[in-house]
Structure formats: structure tokens, C-alpha cells
Design a protein around this ligand. Structure first.
Ligand SMILES: NC(=O)c1ccc[n+]([C@@H]2O[C@H](COP(=O)([O-])OP(=O)(O)OC[C@H]3O[C@@H](n4cnc5c(N)ncnc54)[C@H](OP(=O)(O)O)[C@@H]3O)[C@@H](O)[C@H]2O)c1
Length: 327
């Protein structure tokens, strides 16, 4: 497979950086509890398909930090000579270590955590460093000042924010612009089952010239054919450390999934492909940030590169199923 032949690369907001339409996240399935050979296979397979962007965070595992260490191992053994072809991101915001400096948005935490991530991955710099969540108790000037410092000190090339609301995003963008380190990108939760960004955030991102990389576009696997007939033993919902809980799969939810599955079949694609294509349809979106537990999931996602666009009638059918999501 020629690495760069079929992938689509979209410009990230007003920046000079282009990201692949599909990016791979290492939240689940890359920790010490997971099979390292499978993790390595997925990373290599993704890169060979033109997926140049790998998304991590300090706390990915379990245990926290292990996804970065494991990714660092694959980088060192297999991808060392490709460093300049890769966009690697990490984040800090959630609990990493004990005491008052191990989470949230202080300069103390962000800079220390960034150094720890670099050490775990064996990197001199990350391409994008994020504030993983808004901290209501730390002045935004301090959190954004820390991001600016992280870039100026050579630890990261670009900065982003994740899980920030529309007003917080506008303010963060203003502070970073004034500091001279523009905010490259926002990473929000967005899928057919979680449409909060349509109520103001996408408008702010377009106004500010920021990119957008929605995470959990498959609602952690619910927007696939996986849960049509119960909860498989090897699924995220069945795993003790999986973030998706079986309670999320209510009868109403499964009915909705079945209806969407029917629409996808009528379009000649899988439900996963339809769900990813639906997220990628809005102009604010730069890349969709998928997760995978096996190589076949990556191949399934790659199917959107050749998928037919949605007709108006298909969009109407999809949105009729999703209507309750907006209430
Ligand atoms: N910024 C944040 O706060 C934040 C939060 C969450 C995630 N993220 C980022 O977003 C990335 C993606 O999140 P996510 O893993 O929740 O994304 P997702 O794409 O919604 O879900 C991925 C999961 O769905 C299942 N799956 C994927 N393709 C499938 C297919 N074709 N058929 C059947 N099942 C399929 C697999 O679960 P099974 O294990 O069940 O096979 C896979 O691990 C993370 O790795 C992380 O980088 C960021």
C-alpha cells in the first residue's frame, strides 16, 4: 500500500498543518493490560495507511502513563526514521500523581506533566500539547501561559484545548493569540450520540480559525454493529477498565443503533463508516479521532475515504433517528 496515496489531509484551521481525515487515539487498547503485539500492529498498520496523527495523553493506559511508554517503544523500534512524518500529541488535565500538583490546569502541573510524557515516549518534543480540560479554579491566563511556555521552551510545536465550552474556548483563543502562540485545535467529544458542539462551539472554532478533532466519533463503539445482539466478551463495555459501561446500552439506545445500522446497509456501508462520515461532514472538523482494538477497525474506518456523500433524504432519515439527541 502506498502510504500517502489514498488518505485525505485537511488543513487544521488557519494553520499550516494538515491532519489526516482519520487519526488514531491510544486511550484504550495500548496500555500494559493490553497485548503489545496487537498494539504495535495497529500503530504500524495505521501509519502505512497514511494515518500520520497519533493522539495520546498522560493518563492513557491502564495504568496511567503506560500507553505513552508503549507507544514510545514502537516509535523507537519501528518508526524512528519517520519522526518528521508523524504528528504526535499528548495532554495534561486529569489525575496523574498524588498531591496538589497532579491534575487540572496550573503551570506547575502542565509543565511537569509534559516533561514526563516526553520521557515516557522518548521524544524531544510533541507536535501538539493540550490542556485536557478547563480548570475553573486556575486563571485561564496561567493555563494558557503554561501552554505558550511549553512551545517557547521547545517541548511542543503547537497547542490545543480539549473539553472546553464555547465561551472558555473564545477566551483561551484570545489569550493565546495575544501571547503569540495561536491555539491550533480543539478536541471535543462529538458523535451522532453527543451533539453538544453544534450549539455554539463549531461557530467559535470557525471564527477563531481553529481546527477541530472530535473524539469518540463511534460513541466508544456503540455506533458500530458490535452491540446489535448483546455485549460481546471482548468489547469495551464488557471490560472492567473500559470507560463504556453496559448501562449505556439501554433498549432505546439499541433500537436507535439498529435503525442507524439499517440506513448504513442501504448506503452499502457499515454503521461505523456512516457514523464517521457523519462527523466528518461538518466544515469545522479537521480529522476524526478514532479508537480501535484490532487492525480490522482501522480498515473499516478507512472505508470513508471512498464513501458516497449523503443525499438529503439520507440525512433526513438519519436525523429522524437522532432527534432525541438534541433535546
Ligand atoms: N480529549 C478527551 O477528553 C478524550 C476523551 C476520550 C477519547 N479521546 C481520544 O479519542 C480517541 C478515540 O476515542 P474512542 O476510542 O472512544 O473512539 P471511538 O472510535 O468512538 O471508539 C473506539 C472503539 O470502538 C470499537 N470499534 C471501533 N471500530 C469498530 C468497528 N469497525 N466495528 C466494531 N467496533 C469498533 C472498539 O472498541 P472495542 O474495544 O469494544 O472493540 C474501539 O476501541 C482516544 O483514543 C483518545 O485519543 C480523547
Amino acid at each position: 500500500m502506498a502510504r500517502y496515496d489514498s488518505m485525505i489531509y485537511r488543513r487544521c484551521g488557519n494553520s499550516g498543518l494538515r491532519l489526516p481525515l482519520i487519526s488514531l487515539g491510544l486511550w484504550h487498547n495500548f496500555g500494559d493490560v493490553d497485548d503489545p503485539a496487537n498494539a504495535r500492529r495497529m500503530i504500524r498498520h495505521a501509519f502505512d495507511a497514511g494515518i500520520t496523527h497519533f493522539d495520546l495523553a498522560n493518563n492513557y493506559g491502564p495504568p496511567p502513563g503506560s500507553a505513552e511508554s508503549n507507544f514510545g517503544r514502537v516509535l523507537a523500534s519501528d518508526l524512528k526514521s519517520h519522526r518528521d512524518e508523524l504528528v504526535i500529541s499528548s495532554k495534561a488535565g486529569y489525575l496523574m500523581w498524588e498531591g496538589p500538583y497532579g491534575e487540572w490546569g496550573s503551570r506547575k502541573y502542565l509543565v511537569a506533566s509534559c516533561d514526563q510524557s516526553l520521557r515516557r515516549m522518548g521524544l524531544e518534543y510533541v507536535d501538539i500539547f493540550y490542556s485536557h480540560r478547563y480548570d475553573p479554579e486556575t486563571p485561564l491566563e496561567e493555563t494558557m501561559g503554561a501552554l505558550d511556555h511549553i512551545v517557547r521552551s521547545g517541548r511542543a510545536l503547537y497547542v490545543g484545548i480539549s473539553n472546553y465550552g464555547p465561551e472558555e474556548t473564545r477566551e483561551a483563543a484570545r489569550i493565546l493569540r495575544e501571547l503569540g502562540t495561536p491555539c491550533l485545535i480543539h478536541q471535543p467529544n462529538y458523535s451522532m450520540f453527543n451533539r453538544w458542539i453544534e450549539d455554539g462551539l463549531t461557530e467559535v472554532l470557525m471564527d477563531e480559525g481553529m481546527g477541530c478533532i472530535p473524539f469518540s466519533p463511534l460513541a466508544q463503539g456503540m455506533l458500530t454493529d458490535k452491540y446489535l445482539n448483546g455485549i460481546p466478551d471482548d468489547s469495551r463495555a464488557a471490560k472492567e477498565h473500559g470507560f463504556l459501561r453496559p448501562e449505556a446500552l439501554t433498549m432505546e439506545r439499541v433500537d436507535q443503533i439498529r435503525s442507524l445500522h439499517e440506513i448504513a446497509l442501504s448506503r452499502g456501508q457499515t454503521l461505523a463508516q456512516m457514523a464517521l462520515q457523519w462527523v466528518a461532514r461538518i466544515p469545522a472538523v479537521t480529522s476524526v479521532l478514532i479508537g480501535a482494538s484490532r487492525v480490522a477497525h482501522i480498515d473499516d474506518a478507512l472505508g470513508i475515504l471512498e464513501a458516497p456523500p449523503f443525499s438529503e433524504a439520507e440525512m433526513d432519515r438519519i436525523h429522524a433517528v437522532l432527534i432525541p439527541e438534541r433535546v
